[in-house]
Design a protein around this ligand. Sequence first.
Ligand SMILES: N[C@@H](CCC(=O)N[C@@H](CS)C(=O)NCC(=O)O)C(=O)O
Length: 204
Amino acid sequence: MKIYEMKIAPNPRRVRIFMAEKGLLDQAEFVELDLQKGENLTPEFAEKNPMKKVPVLELDDGTCISETMAICRYFEELHPQPALLGRDPLEKAQVEQWLRWIEFYFFMPTGMCFQHTSGYFDDRMKCIPEWGEECRKGVEKFFHLLNKHLEGREYIVGDGFSAADINALCTIDFNKVNRVGIKEDQVHLKAWYDRISQRESIRA
Ligand SMILES: N[C@@H](CCC(=O)N[C@@H](CS)C(=O)NCC(=O)O)C(=O)O
């Protein structure tokens, strides 16, 4: 199987870490695309993913799966251990809840802040810097929420590492481009971040 990605981009990174946790990295060939050069915008790549985004998982029979969490779900079903999407009905629902919160209220505004304030994709979109700045406020709010949530907790959900931890960490790291980071008084978030960052998978 192949994974189309740009290694430093945050969505492919989520898949890499997920695969590393399950010991699957050596089972895929990783195909690097340069997003800023628009290597994802070709008709050939649009055949694989009409949204023209990475990551895309291409199976040996040519079947393509897009969307980070759909790819992760596929690996979770094939290789249930270690469980990264919850171990029982309640935990599965809680992981899903956090994945959606992180995606909608943290990752999305992070991406919007980056795209609308950096001009990285200004060849293909109209940047509205005021919108980017508005999104930055949402991002900062989520840092605060996570800090509060992590008081007295080792992981975001229950007592085990999950995709919620992966997605939150990747979003925090991506915020370096927005110059938003963990504040000095966000000690619970900082302790969690330092702990999670030590996992080998994080450097995948
Ligand atoms: N919802 C998609 C988002 C994928 C996405 O936005 N990927 C970015 C890289 S992190 C991308 O391909 N950007 C290229 C572009 O927008 O031209 C997912 O979860 O995989």
